[in-house]
Design a protein around this ligand. Structure first.
Ligand SMILES: [Fe+2]
Ligand SMILES: [Fe+2]
Length: 385
């Protein structure tokens, strides 16, 4: 993610069997031109875009896992009737006490500082760009929803996962609207820009890379919503803590599902999975909302990420912890029978969390007094980075 100050290590793609490349121009005049076209991601994606890097014969692996996925992945979905809905945690517009409840909610929100609201807005905007994530899942070869109602386990998961995720943005959006603390028009503009820009996870239509990305991301969102819940509790807003905690619990369930898929891939195709894990780590996991823009601040994501790190919601240290967790969960250190490249990838991945932590500690020692800047989401009030 953008917070990491490590330099990307040399990139070796081990998947480029059939990899048409799109060259992205990075000249100064192009960049200036692209700033006028904020939906364009060209000014911020400086790498060759690789597509369809999984050898076509590997699609058979995902077809053969159809029943396995039905029994081992779909079980992580919750039946709709047992799911919470945003309305369970919001004032009921049909009740007599509606306005009283909003007043009480706004009273609690008054005690919460602006920087915390900026983080919550960042979380909400990330959740609201859900159309992009469903699109992204449907770029993966061998597991995409081919029709929109495909009955395969992979497609069933993607649709139901999307439907579960949709509640997160809805709840946070309505909460933030009713809190009266944020400039909803500026926030809504940011969402529109973000969905228009898309995302660049470097998944190459490759489900090996893609499911490693989603495992990482679900864990990262579990950590950040969980920390947001902890801070809300410290600030005395127990209802907000409950909202963030519920979302974190969903993310954890999703993390379990995606991690199970990758665990299975390690079991049946360890070398390819090992190389994919190393490849994703070399490229670094970009956050889903890394292209966010509010029409004004072209470093908006970095500013949001800096505030989230300063508050202890999500930092480079968490990034390293997520990686370490996955290395342990997939028992990467214990893998045997790998090719020489696979062993190199294994060594690289196993040593990476420790290296990131060392670099991060040094960066923290060098950290200067944080500057502050006005942010559109909180009516241009100054917030320290
Ligand atoms: Fe979510
Ligand atoms: Fe999620």
């Amino acid at each position: 993610m953008a917070l990491l100050s490590i330099h990307p290590l040399p990139q070796v793609s081990n998947f480029c069997v059939k990899a048409p490349r799109v060259f992205v121009n990075n000249s100064t005049s192009k960049r200036a031109e692209n700033l006028k076209k904020p939906y364009s991601t060209k000014c911020r994606t400086m790498h060759d875009q690789v597509t369809h890097s999984m050898p076509p014969e590997k699609i058979e692996i995902f077809n053969s896992l159809e029943n396995w996925a039905s029994e081992n992945v779909l079980v992580y979905l919750k039946p709709v009737e047992k799911c919470w809905q945003p309305q369970d945690f919001l004032p009921d517009p049909n009740s007599d006490g509606f306005y009283e409840q909003i007043k009480e909610m706004q009273g609690r929100a008054k005690e919460v500082p602006d920087d915390y609201f900026v983080v919550l807005v960042g979380h909400m905007i990330t959740e609201e760009a859900l159309p992009t994530y469903q699109t992204m899942l449907n770029t993966f070869d061998g597991v995409r929803d081919e029709t929109g109602t495909s009955p395969t386990s992979w497609a069933t998961w993607t649709r139901a996962w999307t439907a579960e995720e949709n509640r997160h943005g809805d709840l946070l959006n309505k909460y933030l609207y009713l809190s009266g603390r944020v400039d909803m028009r500026a926030v809504e503009k940011t969402i529109q820009y973000l969905i228009g820009s898309g995302m660049d996870p470097k998944g190459e239509n490759n489900p090996y890379l893609g499911f490693i990305y989603t495992s990482f991301q679900e864990r990262a969102t579990f950590v950040s919503h969980g920390n947001a819940a902890r801070l809300a509790k410290q600030q005395g807003d127990l209802k907000l803590a409950q909202i963030c905690g519920l979302i974190a619990a969903d993310e954890k369930r999703h993390e379990n599902a995606y991690s199970k898929i990758v665990q299975k891939l390690f079991e049946i195709d360890p070398d390819t999975t090992m190389l994919a894990f190393a490849d994703m780590m070399r490229k670094k996991i970009s956050m889903p909302a890394h292209l966010m823009y509010d029409g004004r601040d072209s470093n908006l994501f970095d500013h949001f990420a800096a505030i989230a790190a300063r508050l202890g919601v999500y930092s480079a240290r968490d990034y390293a912890d997520v990686m370490e967790h996955l290395v342990n969960y997939w028992e990467v250190e214990k893998l045997t029978g790998l090719s020489p490249e696979g062993r190199k990838a294994q060594e690289f991945v196993c040593g990476l969390p420790r290296r990131i932590k060392i670099i991060e500690e040094k960066a923290q020692d060098r950290a200067k007094q944080a500057p502050s800047l006005p942010l559109s989401w909180v009516y241009d009030r100054e917030v320290s980075l």
